[in-house]
Design a protein around this ligand. Structure first.
Ligand code: ZN
Length: 130
């Protein structure tokens, strides 16, 4: 297993971590298999979406923030229920095919770490199974 860290700067943020994930896959030495990207947090997530136009990630975040407002009739005393809900909606893991040691990503696809309760220092775990 390989692990990398992400330092987030905003309350909600999507950070392109495609290069870090690809570096982890390279370090495992695996040629072919399935890469699992796992976020060990309850107020963050990971997703694949367009990386070319930064407006896409802004639209995704703006829409999530509208769908799940920061303040509502939540019961969780920590006050970050919106972040917990967004984490479950987006999900904490990805499966990406690996071929010839590379991620089998589409031209416009990037892997994004999603921060929903930042700023914080976060971890991302990467494994490759045959
Ligand atoms: Zn909480």
């Amino acid at each position: 297993m390989e692990t990398f860290e992400v330092s987030t700067r905003s309350r909600t943020e999507m950070i392109d971590v495609t290069r870090q994930v690809a570096d982890c896959v390279r370090k495992t030495g695996a040629a072919d298999g399935v890469c699992t990207v796992w976020v060990p947090h309850t107020t963050a997530a990971v997703t694949v979406n367009e990386g070319a136009d930064p407006s896409v990630r802004r639209d995704v975040l703006d829409t999530l923030n509208k769908l799940v407002p920061f303040e509502a009739d939540y019961r969780h005393a920590e006050g970050n229920s919106a972040a917990h809900i967004k984490s479950s909606l987006v999900g904490v893991s990805l499966s990406i095919p690996v071929a010839n040691g590379s991620l089998l990503m589409g031209t416009w696809q990037s892997v994004f770490f999603c921060e929903f309760d930042g700023p914080r220092r976060r971890k991302v775990h990467v494994t490759v199974a045959k």
